[in-house]
Design a protein around this ligand. Structure first.
Ligand SMILES: NC(=O)c1ccc[n+]([C@@H]2O[C@H](COP(=O)([O-])OP(=O)(O)OC[C@H]3O[C@@H](n4cnc5c(N)ncnc54)[C@H](OP(=O)(O)O)[C@@H]3O)[C@@H](O)[C@H]2O)c1
Length: 513
């Protein structure tokens, strides 16, 4: 393996972490704050931002949930920050930070709870100088999204006289096209588009944003980033975990709704879009929309669904999906989906994009692989038969979104010895090694951007509806024709045979299969 040494000076690193703007004073109000997401991701992210000096001094957090928790809530958040944020238990800054964390018990459909919440926020404005600015974060089950926004409007918290009000909405954003439209309509009745931040935490990942830097800040890749040089693109979002006790949620979701419609479709646009005229929300969104609009209706023979049965993961026995807690023993929910997209535009006509996402696969990784065409003639092919390196391999650029974040380039090199023997080698860029830090949790960047009012890395209304529209025929077809072969892959494998066949019939293969 060839490894690139990238040295970035501490001064440059420090400068890259200083935002161009610091948010205005702000109260962050998290609905569903006693849930898993707040403890594991949101509070650790806010703490890191605060420690890095990226939050305003006038800042407070209010956690909102049903149970009467108070001090218990703050202790729980403290545990979450220590475990999820890699923070020492006796860190004195943590104590100071937690003094800004408040808890408000209410039922989401109780109007009186919003009256009390409004009064609490006004008190925080006085105590912490948050100045009427609010960032509401809906970290609840989606059934509450419309209700909470409606109540915020009814209690005059959506558009107060002073300050900026913004609202982050968690995924899933809708269950299909009509529910996504209805949710957009409900929310738009109260909030304008520039107040709404539909989160897809993949877009907060440094490695995802780096796709655009890789493509558009380097002169050498973009000239070959098209159908003349690229043979095909593969995107894998593989998890080795199962559904982690979230049976009721996953039964209604499945791999298509949970991962392909949002994360994978976002990754695909970052690979396929044209250069935007600037790195601002509007121009980027315009280019992403053009990609989704160019995707052709997906043929049923280009789609594979799967569900894991019992197997072995990391050397340990694993139960099948149908044996998971609170899952229907004859469930038809797919835990795996793969498909082949055609993007019919000038750049990509004839270049297939293969995507797959699944649970309980052999390994956890999210990766985008760009495979290039072979050279027009093979000068060194006579040596191949005797080669220990096997066949000459096409060049690939592999972008590792997670884990081991980085980018590799595979190319042929002459093996030592008297013959012109060619072997594939990898040139590797490793994010953590190059910059001396692991890439930040996506929630940090997205919380900061929302506080700044920057929607560049968030999903927009028409984007959400367009991606649901692309999924709609598949969902309808699957509902009309239940699978006959579920479970069709063993936990710990690379998914159903049909997913391997999907590429094999085009003479291609997944990197791991
Ligand atoms: N967990 C993750 O890693 C993750 C990742 C990506 C996206 N998400 C999304 O984030 C959202 C939240 O996920 P989560 O895992 O944190 O959920 P969760 O653990 O199920 O938490 C649900 C929260 O909602 C509160 N709640 C439920 N019904 C309520 C009501 N009627 N009134 C007031 N509070 C109520 C609960 O309060 P009580 O505890 O008081 O009942 C709890 O705080 C979901 O949309 C999920 O899809 C989660």
């Amino acid at each position: 393996m060839v490894t690139t040494e990238v040295t970035v000076s501490p001064e440059v690193l420090q400068a890259s972490r200083v935002p161009e703007r610091v948010p205005e004073p702000c109260a962050v109000v998290i609905f569903g704050a006693s849930g898993d997401l707040t403890k594991r991701k949101l509070l650790p992210a806010l703490y890191h931002l605060e420690q890095a000096g990226l939050l305003p001094a006038e800042f407070a957090v209010v956690g909102v949930a049903r149970r009467p928790l108070q001090g218990e809530f703050v202790n729980d958040m403290r545990d979450g920050i220590i475990k999820g944020g890699g923070v020492e238990a006796d860190d004195p800054n943590l104590r100071d930070f937690l003094q800004r964390v408040n808890y408000h018990a209410m039922n989401f459909d109780d109007p009186e709870g919003y009256v009390r919440l409004k009064a609490l926020l006004e008190t925080l404005d006085k105590n912490y100088g948050t100045n009427g600015n609010r960032l509401f974060y809906l970290a609840t089950s989606p059934e509450y999204f419309s209700e909470i926004v409606h109540q915020l409007g009814a209690h005059r918290m959506a558009k107060p006289e002073k300050g900026a009000v913004r609202c982050i909405i968690e995924k899933p954003f809708g269950h299909d096209l009509s529910s996504a439209r209805k949710l957009n309509d409900d929310i738009n009745e109260v909030l304008s588009e520039d107040q709404i931040f539909r989160i897809d935490h993949y877009l907060g990942k440094e490695t995802v944003q780096n796709i655009l830097v890789f493509r558009f800040a380097n002169g050498i890749f973009e000239p070959i980033w098209n159908r003349n040089y690229i043979d095909h693109v593969r995107i894998t979002a593989a998890e080795n975990i199962g559904i982690e006790g979230r049976g009721p949620f996953y039964e209604k979701a499945g791999a298509l709704r949970d991962v392909i419609q949002n994360h994978v479709m976002q990754l695909l646009t970052f690979v396929a879009m044209e250069p935007p005229v600037s790195f601002f929300s509007g121009p980027i969104h315009v280019e992403k929309m053009k990609v989704w609009k160019a995707i052709q209706p997906i043929r049923m023979e280009d789609i594979v669904r799967g569900q894991y049965g019992p197997g072995t993961v990391d050397g340990k026995p694993a139960i099948g999906y149908r044996q998971e807690d609170r899952v229907d023993p004859v469930s038809n929910t797919e835990t795996f989906a793969a498909m082949r997209f055609k993007i019919e535009n000038w750049r990509w006509a004839g270049v297939p994009f293969y995507v797959r996402a699944g649970k309980r696969l052999a390994q956890r990784f999210t990766d985008i692989t760009i495979q290039f065409k072979q050279p027009p003639t093979m000068l060194f092919k006579d040596n191949v038969g005797s080669s220990e390196c096997g066949e000459i391999q096409p060049n690939i650029i592999s972008m590792r979104i997670q884990p081991n974040e980085g980018i590799s380039l595979r190319f042929a090199a002459k093996a030592p010895g008297p013959n012109m023997q060619s072997c594939p080698v990898m040139m590797d860029f490793d994010y953590a090694a190059a910059f001396g830090v692991s890439s930040a949790n996506g929630y940090e960047r997205l919380l900061l951007d929302a506080m700044l009012g920057d929607a560049t890395l968030f999903a927009h209304r028409d984007g959400v509806e367009t991606t649901w529209a692309l999924m709609a025929p598949i969902l309808e077809e699957w509902a009309a024709h239940p699978p006959k072969d579920f479970p069709n892959y063993a936990a710990g494998s690379w998914g159903p045979e049909a997913a391997i066949e999907l590429l094999a019939r085009d003479g291609r293969k997944w990197r791991h299969q």
